[in-house]
Design a protein. Structure first.
Lengths: 214, 375
Protein backbone atom coordinates (compact mmCIF):
# COMPACT_ATOMS: atom_id res chain seq x y z
CA UNK A 1 0.00 0.00 0.00
CA UNK A 2 2.75 2.26 1.03
CA UNK A 3 4.76 1.48 -2.12
CA UNK A 4 1.74 1.97 -4.41
CA UNK A 5 1.14 5.35 -2.80
CA UNK A 6 4.81 6.24 -3.40
CA UNK A 7 4.52 5.27 -7.04
CA UNK A 8 1.46 7.50 -7.43
CA UNK A 9 3.33 10.46 -5.99
CA UNK A 10 6.22 9.90 -8.37
CA UNK A 11 3.78 9.68 -11.28
CA UNK A 12 2.10 12.93 -10.33
CA UNK A 13 5.44 14.67 -10.06
CA UNK A 14 6.45 13.36 -13.47
CA UNK A 15 3.21 14.59 -15.04
CA UNK A 16 3.61 18.01 -13.40
CA UNK A 17 7.20 18.24 -14.60
CA UNK A 18 6.11 17.36 -18.14
CA UNK A 19 3.35 19.94 -18.13
CA UNK A 20 5.72 22.59 -16.79
CA UNK A 21 8.30 21.76 -19.44
CA UNK A 22 5.66 21.92 -22.14
CA UNK A 23 4.44 25.29 -20.93
CA UNK A 24 7.98 26.64 -20.87
CA UNK A 25 8.60 25.39 -24.38
CA UNK A 26 5.42 27.11 -25.52
CA UNK A 27 6.50 30.39 -23.93
CA UNK A 28 9.81 30.22 -25.77
CA UNK A 29 8.19 29.75 -29.17
CA UNK A 30 7.81 32.86 -31.40
CA UNK A 31 4.46 34.54 -30.77
CA UNK A 32 2.11 35.60 -33.51
CA UNK A 33 2.75 39.21 -34.48
CA UNK A 34 0.25 41.78 -33.36
CA UNK A 35 -1.02 44.57 -35.56
CA UNK A 36 -0.32 47.87 -33.87
CA UNK A 37 -1.86 51.14 -34.97
CA UNK A 38 -1.26 54.79 -34.18
CA UNK A 39 -4.03 57.32 -34.60
CA UNK A 40 -3.69 61.01 -33.80
CA UNK A 41 -0.02 60.94 -32.90
CA UNK A 42 1.95 64.17 -32.73
CA UNK A 43 4.68 65.08 -35.17
CA UNK A 44 6.36 68.39 -34.49
CA UNK A 45 9.24 70.31 -35.95
CA UNK A 46 11.46 73.24 -35.06
CA UNK A 47 13.84 75.13 -37.26
CA UNK A 48 16.14 77.99 -36.41
CA UNK A 49 16.53 81.06 -38.58
CA UNK A 50 19.25 83.57 -39.30
CA UNK A 51 17.68 85.79 -36.60
CA UNK A 52 18.64 84.38 -33.19
CA UNK A 53 15.33 85.17 -31.51
CA UNK A 54 13.21 83.67 -34.26
CA UNK A 55 12.60 79.97 -34.60
CA UNK A 56 9.70 78.38 -36.39
CA UNK A 57 7.76 75.66 -34.62
CA UNK A 58 4.99 73.58 -36.06
CA UNK A 59 3.13 70.40 -35.44
CA UNK A 60 0.48 68.00 -36.59
CA UNK A 61 -1.67 65.80 -34.40
CA UNK A 62 -2.70 63.61 -37.29
CA UNK A 63 0.16 61.13 -37.36
CA UNK A 64 -1.10 57.73 -38.47
CA UNK A 65 0.96 54.56 -38.44
CA UNK A 66 0.61 50.83 -38.69
CA UNK A 67 3.07 48.04 -38.02
CA UNK A 68 3.40 44.42 -36.95
CA UNK A 69 4.92 43.72 -33.55
CA UNK A 70 6.24 40.46 -32.21
CA UNK A 71 8.54 39.22 -29.51
CA UNK A 72 11.48 36.98 -30.25
CA UNK A 73 14.89 36.22 -28.85
CA UNK A 74 16.22 39.61 -30.05
CA UNK A 75 13.57 41.47 -28.13
CA UNK A 76 10.59 43.34 -29.53
CA UNK A 77 10.61 43.34 -33.30
CA UNK A 78 8.68 45.89 -35.34
CA UNK A 79 7.97 45.00 -38.94
CA UNK A 80 6.30 46.59 -41.89
CA UNK A 81 6.22 50.06 -40.37
CA UNK A 82 4.18 52.55 -42.38
CA UNK A 83 3.57 56.07 -41.06
CA UNK A 84 2.11 59.20 -42.64
CA UNK A 85 1.43 62.81 -41.73
CA UNK A 86 -0.88 64.78 -44.03
CA UNK A 87 0.89 68.01 -44.91
CA UNK A 88 -2.34 69.97 -44.61
CA UNK A 89 -2.45 69.14 -40.92
CA UNK A 90 0.93 70.74 -40.21
CA UNK A 91 0.51 74.15 -38.63
CA UNK A 92 2.79 76.79 -37.18
CA UNK A 93 0.09 78.89 -35.52
CA UNK A 94 0.13 81.49 -38.26
CA UNK A 95 -2.05 80.94 -41.30
CA UNK A 96 0.06 82.97 -43.68
CA UNK A 97 3.20 81.13 -42.65
CA UNK A 98 1.43 77.80 -43.09
CA UNK A 99 0.46 78.81 -46.61
CA UNK A 100 4.05 79.70 -47.37
CA UNK A 101 5.28 76.44 -45.87
CA UNK A 102 2.94 74.34 -47.95
CA UNK A 103 3.70 76.33 -51.06
CA UNK A 104 7.46 76.58 -50.81
CA UNK A 105 8.39 73.42 -48.91
CA UNK A 106 5.83 70.72 -49.56
CA UNK A 107 4.34 71.36 -53.00
CA UNK A 108 5.86 69.34 -55.84
CA UNK A 109 6.72 70.82 -59.18
CA UNK A 110 3.48 69.46 -60.61
CA UNK A 111 1.39 71.06 -57.90
CA UNK A 112 0.81 67.99 -55.73
CA UNK A 113 0.91 68.06 -51.94
CA UNK A 114 1.93 64.53 -50.94
CA UNK A 115 1.81 63.40 -47.34
CA UNK A 116 4.98 62.94 -45.36
CA UNK A 117 5.58 59.21 -45.38
CA UNK A 118 7.91 56.96 -43.45
CA UNK A 119 8.44 53.26 -44.03
CA UNK A 120 10.71 50.68 -42.53
CA UNK A 121 10.88 46.93 -43.03
CA UNK A 122 12.12 46.03 -39.60
CA UNK A 123 13.28 47.56 -36.32
CA UNK A 124 14.38 45.89 -33.14
CA UNK A 125 13.83 47.27 -29.67
CA UNK A 126 16.38 46.51 -27.04
CA UNK A 127 15.25 44.22 -24.26
CA UNK A 128 14.24 45.99 -21.13
CA UNK A 129 13.56 45.31 -17.52
CA UNK A 130 9.95 45.33 -16.50
CA UNK A 131 8.75 48.87 -16.00
CA UNK A 132 11.77 50.40 -17.69
CA UNK A 133 11.64 52.27 -21.00
CA UNK A 134 13.01 50.56 -24.05
CA UNK A 135 14.81 52.13 -27.00
CA UNK A 136 13.89 51.16 -30.53
CA UNK A 137 16.27 52.13 -33.29
CA UNK A 138 14.11 52.62 -36.33
CA UNK A 139 15.71 53.24 -39.69
CA UNK A 140 13.91 53.46 -42.97
CA UNK A 141 12.87 55.92 -45.60
CA UNK A 142 11.23 59.28 -45.05
CA UNK A 143 9.57 60.86 -48.07
CA UNK A 144 9.08 64.61 -48.07
CA UNK A 145 7.50 66.22 -51.08
CA UNK A 146 7.49 62.74 -52.59
CA UNK A 147 11.26 62.43 -52.36
CA UNK A 148 12.39 59.43 -50.30
CA UNK A 149 15.59 59.70 -48.27
CA UNK A 150 17.09 57.48 -45.57
CA UNK A 151 15.96 58.45 -42.09
CA UNK A 152 16.69 56.96 -38.68
CA UNK A 153 15.31 57.72 -35.25
CA UNK A 154 15.56 56.30 -31.76
CA UNK A 155 12.18 55.90 -30.14
CA UNK A 156 11.93 55.69 -26.38
CA UNK A 157 9.08 53.35 -25.60
CA UNK A 158 7.24 53.14 -22.31
CA UNK A 159 4.24 51.14 -21.24
CA UNK A 160 3.42 47.66 -22.35
CA UNK A 161 0.65 45.22 -22.91
CA UNK A 162 -1.63 46.43 -25.63
CA UNK A 163 -0.78 50.12 -25.35
CA UNK A 164 2.56 51.84 -25.30
CA UNK A 165 3.85 55.35 -25.79
CA UNK A 166 6.80 56.23 -27.99
CA UNK A 167 8.76 59.47 -28.15
CA UNK A 168 11.70 60.21 -30.40
CA UNK A 169 13.75 63.02 -31.86
CA UNK A 170 15.38 63.21 -35.25
CA UNK A 171 16.51 65.71 -37.84
CA UNK A 172 16.41 66.15 -41.59
CA UNK A 173 18.26 68.49 -43.93
CA UNK A 174 16.13 70.38 -46.41
CA UNK A 175 18.98 70.28 -48.89
CA UNK A 176 18.90 66.47 -48.87
CA UNK A 177 15.39 66.71 -50.26
CA UNK A 178 16.24 69.40 -52.78
CA UNK A 179 14.19 71.95 -50.86
CA UNK A 180 15.39 75.54 -50.77
CA UNK A 181 15.52 77.07 -47.32
CA UNK A 182 12.37 79.20 -46.97
CA UNK A 183 12.98 82.92 -46.68
CA UNK A 184 10.51 85.66 -45.83
CA UNK A 185 11.20 89.36 -45.42
CA UNK A 186 14.83 88.85 -44.51
CA UNK A 187 14.31 85.89 -42.20
CA UNK A 188 15.70 82.65 -43.60
CA UNK A 189 15.44 79.23 -42.00
CA UNK A 190 18.34 76.94 -41.31
CA UNK A 191 18.86 73.84 -43.39
CA UNK A 192 18.43 71.43 -40.52
CA UNK A 193 14.92 70.80 -39.25
CA UNK A 194 14.51 69.07 -35.90
CA UNK A 195 11.69 66.57 -35.69
CA UNK A 196 9.91 65.08 -32.71
CA UNK A 197 7.38 62.30 -32.65
CA UNK A 198 5.16 61.50 -29.71
CA UNK A 199 2.42 58.93 -30.05
CA UNK A 200 0.50 56.21 -28.34
CA UNK A 201 0.26 52.92 -30.17
CA UNK A 202 -2.44 50.37 -29.55
CA UNK A 203 -2.64 46.75 -30.50
CA UNK A 204 -5.62 46.26 -32.75
CA UNK A 205 -5.72 42.61 -33.82
CA UNK A 206 -3.54 39.56 -34.01
CA UNK A 207 -2.02 39.06 -37.41
CA UNK A 208 -2.30 35.73 -39.21
CA UNK A 209 0.23 33.41 -37.62
CA UNK A 210 3.48 33.31 -39.46
CA UNK A 211 5.50 31.04 -37.22
CA UNK A 212 4.11 27.85 -38.71
CA UNK A 213 3.05 26.59 -35.31
CA UNK A 214 -0.64 25.91 -35.21
CA UNK B 1 -6.38 109.78 7.39
CA UNK B 2 -6.18 112.62 4.95
CA UNK B 3 -3.01 111.12 3.48
CA UNK B 4 -4.76 107.81 2.97
CA UNK B 5 -7.73 109.40 1.30
CA UNK B 6 -5.51 111.38 -1.03
CA UNK B 7 -3.49 108.31 -1.88
CA UNK B 8 -6.58 106.19 -2.47
CA UNK B 9 -8.14 108.79 -4.71
CA UNK B 10 -4.92 109.33 -6.57
CA UNK B 11 -4.24 105.66 -7.21
CA UNK B 12 -7.81 104.99 -8.28
CA UNK B 13 -7.75 108.03 -10.49
CA UNK B 14 -4.48 107.05 -12.02
CA UNK B 15 -5.75 103.57 -12.70
CA UNK B 16 -8.80 104.92 -14.44
CA UNK B 17 -7.20 107.72 -16.36
CA UNK B 18 -4.11 105.91 -17.43
CA UNK B 19 -5.74 102.86 -18.88
CA UNK B 20 -4.12 103.70 -22.11
CA UNK B 21 -2.53 101.21 -24.41
CA UNK B 22 -0.24 102.77 -26.95
CA UNK B 23 -0.15 99.56 -28.99
CA UNK B 24 3.45 98.97 -28.13
CA UNK B 25 5.14 95.61 -28.23
CA UNK B 26 2.94 92.56 -27.91
CA UNK B 27 4.49 90.14 -25.45
CA UNK B 28 1.63 87.77 -26.22
CA UNK B 29 3.57 86.84 -29.36
CA UNK B 30 5.48 84.45 -27.11
CA UNK B 31 2.67 82.07 -27.99
CA UNK B 32 4.24 81.70 -31.43
CA UNK B 33 7.78 81.47 -30.13
CA UNK B 34 8.74 85.12 -30.49
CA UNK B 35 10.84 85.45 -27.39
CA UNK B 36 11.71 89.13 -27.58
CA UNK B 37 10.56 92.36 -29.17
CA UNK B 38 13.54 92.62 -31.52
CA UNK B 39 12.03 89.96 -33.76
CA UNK B 40 9.48 92.41 -35.09
CA UNK B 41 10.43 95.88 -33.80
CA UNK B 42 13.37 97.95 -34.94
CA UNK B 43 14.09 98.81 -31.32
CA UNK B 44 15.10 95.79 -29.22
CA UNK B 45 13.04 97.24 -26.36
CA UNK B 46 9.91 96.99 -28.43
CA UNK B 47 7.50 99.73 -29.28
CA UNK B 48 8.17 102.07 -32.12
CA UNK B 49 8.04 101.13 -35.77
CA UNK B 50 8.16 97.55 -36.94
CA UNK B 51 10.97 96.14 -39.00
CA UNK B 52 10.21 94.61 -42.38
CA UNK B 53 9.63 91.17 -40.94
CA UNK B 54 7.46 92.65 -38.21
CA UNK B 55 5.28 94.38 -40.78
CA UNK B 56 4.84 91.03 -42.47
CA UNK B 57 3.81 89.45 -39.17
CA UNK B 58 1.53 92.41 -38.46
CA UNK B 59 -0.24 91.82 -41.75
CA UNK B 60 -0.36 88.06 -41.25
CA UNK B 61 -1.94 88.48 -37.82
CA UNK B 62 -4.67 90.81 -39.08
CA UNK B 63 -8.18 89.93 -40.14
CA UNK B 64 -7.74 91.51 -43.55
CA UNK B 65 -3.98 91.79 -43.66
CA UNK B 66 -2.96 89.13 -46.12
CA UNK B 67 0.41 89.14 -47.76
CA UNK B 68 2.71 92.04 -46.97
CA UNK B 69 4.58 93.51 -49.90
CA UNK B 70 7.64 95.37 -48.65
CA UNK B 71 8.53 98.63 -50.23
CA UNK B 72 12.11 99.14 -51.37
CA UNK B 73 14.39 99.81 -48.44
CA UNK B 74 14.77 103.43 -47.54
CA UNK B 75 16.57 105.15 -44.74
CA UNK B 76 13.33 106.44 -43.32
CA UNK B 77 10.75 104.32 -41.54
CA UNK B 78 7.90 106.27 -40.03
CA UNK B 79 4.22 106.18 -39.32
CA UNK B 80 1.45 108.20 -37.76
CA UNK B 81 -0.76 106.60 -35.15
CA UNK B 82 -4.06 107.82 -33.82
CA UNK B 83 -5.42 106.40 -30.55
CA UNK B 84 -8.88 107.22 -29.37
CA UNK B 85 -10.00 105.90 -26.05
CA UNK B 86 -13.33 106.26 -24.36
CA UNK B 87 -13.61 105.08 -20.79
CA UNK B 88 -16.36 105.13 -18.27
CA UNK B 89 -16.01 104.24 -14.60
CA UNK B 90 -18.69 103.84 -11.94
CA UNK B 91 -17.07 103.75 -8.51
CA UNK B 92 -19.21 102.80 -5.53
CA UNK B 93 -17.68 105.74 -3.68
CA UNK B 94 -17.25 108.98 -5.54
CA UNK B 95 -18.41 110.36 -8.81
CA UNK B 96 -18.78 108.58 -12.08
CA UNK B 97 -16.11 109.50 -14.60
CA UNK B 98 -16.12 109.45 -18.33
CA UNK B 99 -12.91 110.19 -20.17
CA UNK B 100 -12.18 110.57 -23.85
CA UNK B 101 -8.48 110.64 -24.59
CA UNK B 102 -7.28 111.05 -28.15
CA UNK B 103 -3.58 110.81 -28.90
CA UNK B 104 -1.76 111.37 -32.13
CA UNK B 105 1.74 109.95 -32.41
CA UNK B 106 4.44 110.33 -34.98
CA UNK B 107 7.12 107.66 -34.93
CA UNK B 108 10.29 107.79 -36.90
CA UNK B 109 13.38 105.69 -37.37
CA UNK B 110 16.08 107.06 -39.62
CA UNK B 111 18.99 104.87 -40.61
CA UNK B 112 22.23 106.79 -40.80
CA UNK B 113 24.54 103.90 -41.61
CA UNK B 114 24.67 100.15 -41.12
CA UNK B 115 25.55 100.68 -37.46
CA UNK B 116 23.86 103.98 -36.58
CA UNK B 117 20.28 105.12 -36.57
CA UNK B 118 18.14 107.64 -34.73
CA UNK B 119 14.56 107.17 -33.57
CA UNK B 120 11.87 109.33 -32.09
CA UNK B 121 8.27 109.26 -30.94
CA UNK B 122 6.31 112.45 -30.47
CA UNK B 123 2.80 112.54 -29.01
CA UNK B 124 0.20 115.25 -29.33
CA UNK B 125 -2.81 115.08 -27.05
CA UNK B 126 -5.49 117.09 -25.33
CA UNK B 127 -5.31 118.37 -21.76
CA UNK B 128 -8.68 117.18 -20.63
CA UNK B 129 -7.43 114.20 -18.64
CA UNK B 130 -4.49 115.24 -16.52
CA UNK B 131 -2.88 112.43 -14.54
CA UNK B 132 -3.19 112.79 -10.79
CA UNK B 133 -0.03 112.20 -8.85
CA UNK B 134 0.40 109.41 -6.35
CA UNK B 135 1.10 110.29 -2.75
CA UNK B 136 4.61 108.95 -3.06
CA UNK B 137 5.36 109.83 -6.67
CA UNK B 138 5.58 113.16 -8.42
CA UNK B 139 2.54 114.53 -10.15
CA UNK B 140 2.67 114.31 -13.91
CA UNK B 141 1.04 116.91 -16.04
CA UNK B 142 -0.26 115.95 -19.42
CA UNK B 143 1.31 117.75 -22.29
CA UNK B 144 -0.05 118.89 -25.60
CA UNK B 145 3.20 117.82 -27.19
CA UNK B 146 5.49 115.27 -25.63
CA UNK B 147 8.69 113.63 -26.85
CA UNK B 148 8.37 110.06 -25.64
CA UNK B 149 11.47 108.79 -27.36
CA UNK B 150 14.55 110.40 -28.84
CA UNK B 151 17.37 107.90 -29.17
CA UNK B 152 20.62 107.39 -30.98
CA UNK B 153 21.29 103.71 -31.61
CA UNK B 154 24.60 102.05 -32.35
CA UNK B 155 24.55 98.42 -33.39
CA UNK B 156 28.05 97.09 -34.03
CA UNK B 157 26.74 93.60 -34.69
CA UNK B 158 23.52 91.62 -34.66
CA UNK B 159 23.68 90.73 -30.98
CA UNK B 160 24.61 94.07 -29.42
CA UNK B 161 22.95 97.47 -29.53
CA UNK B 162 23.75 100.58 -27.56
CA UNK B 163 21.12 103.32 -27.27
CA UNK B 164 21.37 106.78 -25.78
CA UNK B 165 18.67 109.38 -25.32
CA UNK B 166 15.24 109.60 -23.70
CA UNK B 167 12.79 106.73 -23.52
CA UNK B 168 10.90 104.62 -21.02
CA UNK B 169 13.18 102.38 -19.01
CA UNK B 170 13.33 98.68 -19.95
CA UNK B 171 10.68 96.70 -18.09
CA UNK B 172 10.05 93.06 -17.42
CA UNK B 173 7.07 91.48 -19.08
CA UNK B 174 6.59 94.67 -21.09
CA UNK B 175 2.81 94.74 -21.28
CA UNK B 176 1.52 97.77 -23.17
CA UNK B 177 -1.08 98.74 -20.56
CA UNK B 178 0.42 101.69 -18.72
CA UNK B 179 -2.29 101.49 -16.09
CA UNK B 180 -1.08 98.10 -14.92
CA UNK B 181 0.16 98.26 -11.34
CA UNK B 182 3.53 96.87 -12.39
CA UNK B 183 3.93 100.01 -14.47
CA UNK B 184 4.03 102.01 -11.26
CA UNK B 185 7.78 101.78 -11.66
CA UNK B 186 7.32 104.48 -14.29
CA UNK B 187 7.05 107.31 -11.82
CA UNK B 188 5.60 109.73 -14.33
CA UNK B 189 3.42 107.19 -16.08
CA UNK B 190 3.06 107.89 -19.76
CA UNK B 191 5.38 110.87 -19.35
CA UNK B 192 8.22 108.88 -17.85
CA UNK B 193 11.10 109.33 -20.26
CA UNK B 194 14.39 109.63 -18.41
CA UNK B 195 17.62 110.29 -20.21
CA UNK B 196 19.40 106.99 -20.42
CA UNK B 197 22.08 104.85 -21.93
CA UNK B 198 21.30 101.19 -22.33
CA UNK B 199 22.90 98.13 -23.83
CA UNK B 200 20.92 95.35 -25.44
CA UNK B 201 22.89 92.15 -25.52
CA UNK B 202 20.99 89.29 -27.10
CA UNK B 203 21.72 85.72 -27.98
CA UNK B 204 19.51 82.81 -28.84
CA UNK B 205 18.66 81.92 -25.27
CA UNK B 206 19.32 85.06 -23.25
CA UNK B 207 18.82 88.78 -23.32
CA UNK B 208 20.58 91.22 -21.01
CA UNK B 209 19.93 94.96 -20.83
CA UNK B 210 21.94 96.99 -18.36
CA UNK B 211 21.08 100.67 -18.21
CA UNK B 212 21.89 103.90 -16.44
CA UNK B 213 19.61 106.90 -16.35
CA UNK B 214 19.32 110.53 -15.36
CA UNK B 215 16.37 112.95 -15.24
CA UNK B 216 14.42 113.49 -18.40
CA UNK B 217 13.81 117.15 -17.66
CA UNK B 218 10.04 117.04 -17.11
CA UNK B 219 10.21 115.97 -13.44
CA UNK B 220 9.30 118.38 -10.66
CA UNK B 221 12.17 119.83 -8.66
CA UNK B 222 13.43 117.34 -6.10
CA UNK B 223 12.07 114.37 -8.05
CA UNK B 224 14.82 114.28 -10.62
CA UNK B 225 15.95 110.72 -10.29
CA UNK B 226 19.21 109.17 -11.41
CA UNK B 227 20.09 105.54 -11.21
CA UNK B 228 20.74 102.31 -12.98
CA UNK B 229 19.59 98.79 -13.31
CA UNK B 230 19.44 95.79 -15.50
CA UNK B 231 17.07 93.38 -17.09
CA UNK B 232 18.12 89.81 -17.75
CA UNK B 233 16.03 87.03 -19.20
CA UNK B 234 16.64 83.53 -20.41
CA UNK B 235 14.82 80.96 -22.49
CA UNK B 236 14.58 78.45 -19.66
CA UNK B 237 14.20 75.22 -21.59
CA UNK B 238 15.45 76.34 -24.97
CA UNK B 239 12.24 75.87 -26.93
CA UNK B 240 11.20 79.54 -27.18
CA UNK B 241 8.14 78.86 -25.02
CA UNK B 242 9.19 79.76 -21.51
CA UNK B 243 11.07 82.96 -20.79
CA UNK B 244 12.05 83.84 -17.27
CA UNK B 245 13.64 87.09 -16.28
CA UNK B 246 14.62 89.47 -13.53
CA UNK B 247 14.87 93.23 -13.31
CA UNK B 248 16.63 95.44 -10.84
CA UNK B 249 16.47 99.22 -10.60
CA UNK B 250 18.07 101.56 -8.12
CA UNK B 251 17.23 105.24 -8.28
CA UNK B 252 18.01 108.23 -6.13
CA UNK B 253 16.40 111.63 -6.02
CA UNK B 254 16.45 114.49 -3.56
CA UNK B 255 13.01 113.63 -2.18
CA UNK B 256 13.34 109.86 -2.18
CA UNK B 257 15.13 106.75 -3.35
CA UNK B 258 13.93 103.39 -4.55
CA UNK B 259 15.25 99.90 -5.08
CA UNK B 260 13.20 97.55 -7.24
CA UNK B 261 13.66 93.84 -7.75
CA UNK B 262 11.28 92.09 -10.08
CA UNK B 263 10.79 88.65 -11.57
CA UNK B 264 8.72 87.88 -14.62
CA UNK B 265 7.81 85.12 -17.02
CA UNK B 266 6.34 84.79 -20.47
CA UNK B 267 4.91 81.44 -21.45
CA UNK B 268 3.42 80.56 -24.82
CA UNK B 269 1.69 77.42 -26.01
CA UNK B 270 0.44 78.09 -29.51
CA UNK B 271 -3.01 79.58 -29.06
CA UNK B 272 -2.59 80.65 -25.47
CA UNK B 273 -0.08 81.75 -22.95
CA UNK B 274 0.64 83.42 -19.66
CA UNK B 275 2.41 86.65 -18.75
CA UNK B 276 3.36 87.19 -15.14
CA UNK B 277 5.41 89.68 -13.16
CA UNK B 278 6.01 90.47 -9.53
CA UNK B 279 7.92 93.58 -8.48
CA UNK B 280 9.06 94.56 -5.01
CA UNK B 281 10.18 98.14 -4.46
CA UNK B 282 11.69 99.47 -1.27
CA UNK B 283 11.31 103.22 -1.17
CA UNK B 284 12.22 106.13 0.98
CA UNK B 285 10.60 109.56 0.94
CA UNK B 286 11.33 112.77 2.72
CA UNK B 287 8.16 114.44 1.42
CA UNK B 288 5.28 114.67 2.15
CA UNK B 289 6.49 112.67 5.16
CA UNK B 290 9.77 111.06 6.02
CA UNK B 291 9.19 107.37 5.52
CA UNK B 292 10.56 104.07 4.34
CA UNK B 293 8.04 101.66 2.92
CA UNK B 294 7.66 98.76 0.55
CA UNK B 295 5.55 98.62 -2.56
CA UNK B 296 4.70 95.33 -4.28
CA UNK B 297 2.97 94.94 -7.60
CA UNK B 298 1.84 91.70 -9.18
CA UNK B 299 0.46 90.97 -12.61
CA UNK B 300 -0.90 87.84 -14.24
CA UNK B 301 -2.42 87.64 -17.70
CA UNK B 302 -3.87 84.56 -19.28
CA UNK B 303 -4.44 85.11 -22.97
CA UNK B 304 -6.01 83.08 -25.71
CA UNK B 305 -5.84 83.73 -29.43
CA UNK B 306 -9.36 82.82 -30.52
CA UNK B 307 -8.25 83.73 -34.00
CA UNK B 308 -4.89 85.05 -35.06
CA UNK B 309 -6.36 88.53 -35.16
CA UNK B 310 -8.57 88.18 -32.09
CA UNK B 311 -6.97 87.79 -28.67
CA UNK B 312 -8.90 87.56 -25.42
CA UNK B 313 -7.25 88.03 -22.06
CA UNK B 314 -8.11 87.62 -18.42
CA UNK B 315 -5.91 89.74 -16.20
CA UNK B 316 -5.50 89.86 -12.46
CA UNK B 317 -3.26 92.25 -10.59
CA UNK B 318 -2.51 93.55 -7.16
CA UNK B 319 -0.79 96.57 -5.68
CA UNK B 320 0.22 96.75 -2.05
CA UNK B 321 1.87 99.76 -0.46
CA UNK B 322 2.97 99.88 3.16
CA UNK B 323 2.30 102.69 5.60
CA UNK B 324 2.33 105.64 5.64
CA UNK B 325 1.07 105.47 2.05
CA UNK B 326 -0.85 102.34 2.88
CA UNK B 327 -2.75 100.94 -0.07
CA UNK B 328 -4.06 97.61 -1.19
CA UNK B 329 -5.73 97.34 -4.56
CA UNK B 330 -6.75 94.28 -6.50
CA UNK B 331 -8.19 94.34 -9.96
CA UNK B 332 -9.51 91.97 -12.58
CA UNK B 333 -9.87 92.73 -16.24
CA UNK B 334 -11.23 91.03 -19.31
CA UNK B 335 -10.00 92.35 -22.61
CA UNK B 336 -10.59 91.53 -26.25
CA UNK B 337 -8.25 92.95 -28.88
CA UNK B 338 -9.17 92.70 -32.53
CA UNK B 339 -6.55 93.51 -35.13
CA UNK B 340 -8.80 94.25 -38.05
CA UNK B 341 -6.00 95.21 -40.40
CA UNK B 342 -2.40 96.37 -40.09
CA UNK B 343 -3.89 99.86 -39.93
CA UNK B 344 -6.69 99.36 -37.42
CA UNK B 345 -7.03 97.72 -34.03
CA UNK B 346 -10.00 97.73 -31.68
CA UNK B 347 -9.77 96.93 -27.99
CA UNK B 348 -12.66 96.44 -25.61
CA UNK B 349 -12.07 95.91 -21.94
CA UNK B 350 -14.01 95.71 -18.74
CA UNK B 351 -12.24 96.02 -15.44
CA UNK B 352 -13.18 96.01 -11.82
CA UNK B 353 -10.90 97.28 -9.12
CA UNK B 354 -11.38 96.82 -5.41
CA UNK B 355 -9.71 98.92 -2.80
CA UNK B 356 -9.22 96.38 -0.06
CA UNK B 357 -8.89 99.04 2.61
CA UNK B 358 -11.91 101.17 1.85
CA UNK B 359 -14.07 98.59 0.11
CA UNK B 360 -14.47 100.89 -2.83
CA UNK B 361 -15.29 99.10 -6.07
CA UNK B 362 -14.53 100.74 -9.38
CA UNK B 363 -15.99 99.00 -12.41
CA UNK B 364 -15.00 100.49 -15.72
CA UNK B 365 -15.44 99.86 -19.41
CA UNK B 366 -13.00 100.92 -22.08
CA UNK B 367 -13.23 101.08 -25.84
CA UNK B 368 -10.17 101.96 -27.82
CA UNK B 369 -9.55 102.36 -31.50
CA UNK B 370 -6.03 102.65 -32.86
CA UNK B 371 -5.15 103.53 -36.39
CA UNK B 372 -1.79 103.85 -38.04
CA UNK B 373 -0.36 104.45 -41.41
CA UNK B 374 1.72 101.68 -42.91
CA UNK B 375 4.57 102.75 -45.05
Amino acid sequence: MKSRFAISIKGAIAVAAYLAAAAHAQSQAPADPAIVEVHGGTASFAVDTNVPAISVHGKSTALEAKLRLRQDAEGTVLEGIEAAVPVKTLGTGMGMRDEHMRKYVFTTSDGQLPDLRFSSDKAVCAKREAGQPSTCHVSGTLAIRGTPRPFAIDLKVTGGGETFRAVGDGAVSLSDYGIDRPSQLGVKTADEVKLRFDFTARQSTRAVATSGRK
Amino acid sequence: MRMRAITAAAVAGAAVLLMHEPAYALPTMIRLGYTDCASCHISPQGGGPLNTYGRGIDAAQSLSGGEYEPSPDTRLTHDVRLHMQEQGAWPTIGARTNVFRPRLMYRNVTTISNAFRVSGVVTAEGREAPRPGLGYDPAARSSTLFVNTALIHYRPNASIELAFGRDQLPTGVNVPDLAAYIKSRNRLGYYDAPTQVKLFWSAKRYHITPFAYAPGGNEPSGERESGGGSLAEVDLIGNQRLIGGMTIVRGTATRGDRRTVGAYARLGFGQWGILAEHDVTDRTRIEPVVASFRQTASYMQLFWAIREWLVASGIGEQLHVEAPFQEHLVAGKIEIAARLSPKATLVFATRIERNMRTGRLTPSVTAQAAFKTVR
